[in-house]
Design a protein around this ligand. Structure first.
Ligand SMILES: *Cc1c(COP(=O)(O)O)cnc(C)c1O
Length: 449
């Protein structure tokens, strides 16, 4: 714990924001954003930037379909299904004694092709964009060329003289490692201590250079950045500041809009959409939120979910200090089983881009992640990794905590909740080896929640 944070003592901070006492005690909280929807002059990205990213992914679709045959069915578009989960909805209503008006939906990024997590959006997008820039620079391609050529020996030879590097707690490393190796890049992944062994093994089997650190995510990123700077032919993927990653995630929204339309699900003045997104450094959920706000405006309500020991985005927003504060400053451990969410310090880039678009943040304890994992497996036969369940606690908290009820009332939503949809963003799981997943499920069985 730090004595002084931005020239105030912890006691002074707690006095100013009483919810901090709960956060420091690792109690689960539901915080709504007092500055929601206030204009923000700091925005640097525009809707046109999302369109540009969507078009780039379309250009690359023939390449993706060729290099990753599992995407043939979707013609090289890396997308995941949306599923109604009525049995899980009933289970939650029973377990928590709450009636969830409207319908629960699951966005299955856990089952995105290629890397089985939300990182298959941003991570793969940024590497493709970099590959395109290099190919253009070396006159291997012009805009109207057939992009399946990226899967040729000539292109692989070109990329083999370049390097990609990234710092990661696991899933970003998986997505960057897999796509970079497939394109022919040399690739190094700097893994934090909490990264799972199977992720390191899988990457090494694909020829990825994995560096391991005995410290948390922030340190792995710093080390990765220093090493990348030494090599001018190395592109460092900067999870904290990358606009490309952010835009790759944002493309999800226009696709979701189409999916909901196909399912006859309305999002408008009478049909609010609530979206609950697990948050680590903020880029994934932030990019998706940016896209959702562009598509649905005030009719979508986005909430971020973080572990009780790693609420870095919440602390950054609540205090206004963004990346000038860490969870350790407030005495929190940053220890959690939720891969991808074990981040002690948020991204100020993301906070400034979307902070004002965010309806709120909530925290969830690890034991509850396992309980929800068990319940989802039992009711829907869907298996997720622990982090990916964080969103599920959102509707419960929204509908039972005073802050949630106030949010509904202040936004005049009471009469509309019956027609609402609650979309839980399931961010990962499909790559988890079966024996590891069985271990997660068993842990859930032992939890009394
Ligand atoms: C990375 C990740 C997140 C959060 O993304 P950030 O960009 O770090 O906020 C959520 N869930 C899973 C499973 C992830 O791998």
């Amino acid at each position: 714990m730090r004595e002084q944070i931005a020239e105030k003592s912890i006691n002074q901070w707690v006095e100013q924001y009483p919810i901090l006492e709960e956060i420091i005690n690792t109690n689960e909280v539901f915080w709504t954003n007092p500055t929601y929807q206030m204009a923000n002059s700091k925005n640097t990205l525009k809707e046109a930037d999302i369109d540009d990213a969507a078009k780039r992914l379309k250009r690359f679709a023939p390449y993706i379909a060729k290099a990753f045959p599992e995407t043939l069915e979707s013609e090289g578009i890396i997308e995941s299904p949306v599923k109604p989960i009525r049995n899980m909805q009933k289970a939650i209503e029973q377990n928590y004694g709450v009636t969830i008006q409207g319908d629960l939906l699951l966005k299955c990024d856990s089952h995105l092709p290629i890397s089985g997590s939300i990182k298959a959006r941003g991570g793969i997008y940024e590497v493709l964009k970099h590959a395109e820039e290099l190919a253009l620079k070396h006159h291997y391609i012009s805009d109207d060329h057939d992009y399946t050529q990226f899967d040729s020996e000539a292109f692989k030879a070109l990329f083999s003289s370049y390097e990609i590097s990234v710092g990661s707690t696991g899933n970003l490393g998986l997505s960057i490692g897999i796509i970079s190796a497939q394109l022919g890049f040399k690739v190094t992944v700097h893994m934090s201590a909490d990264a799972k062994q199977w992720k390191k093994d899988l990457l090494r089997s694909k020829g990825v250079h994995v560096m391991e650190y005995q410290s948390d995510y922030s340190k792995a990123v710093i080390e990765g950045r220093i090493q990348a700077e030494k090599n001018p032919r190395c592109h460092f993927i900067d999870d904290e500041n990358s606009q490309s990653l952010f835009l790759g995630y944002a493309v999800a929204a226009s696709r979701l809009k189409e999916q909901l339309k196909t399912m006859d699900i309305k999002v408008d003045a009478d049909h609010p959409l609530f979206v609950y997104l697990p948050c680590g450094v903020g880029g994934g959920p932030g990019g998706v939120t940016f896209g959702l706000k562009a598509e649905f405006g005030e009719y979508v309500h986005c909430f971020f979910a973080e572990p009780t020991n790693s609420p870095c985005f919440l602390l950054g927003q609540l205090t206004g200090l963004q990346d000038k504060v860490s969870v350790q400053d407030f005495g929190l451990s940053n220890q959690t089983d939720a891969d991808g969410l074990a981040v002690g310090r948020t991204s100020s880039f993301v906070g400034e881009e979307i902070g004002h678009m965010l309806s709120g943040c909530f925290t969830i304890q690890d034991a509850r992640l396992y309980a929800l994992l068990r319940d989802l497996a039992d009711t829907e036969e869907i298996l997720l990794e622990p982090s990916a369940l964080a969103g599920f606690y959102g509707p419960v908290q929204l509908l039972t905590q005073q802050s949630g009820l106030n949010y509904i009332e202040n936004n005049n939503l009471q009469q509309k909740m019956k027609q609402a949809h609650h979309l839980i963003w399931a961010t990962g799981g499909n790559m988890v080896p079966q024996e590891v997943m069985t271990g997660y499920y068993e842990k859930g069985k032992d939890v009394d929640l």
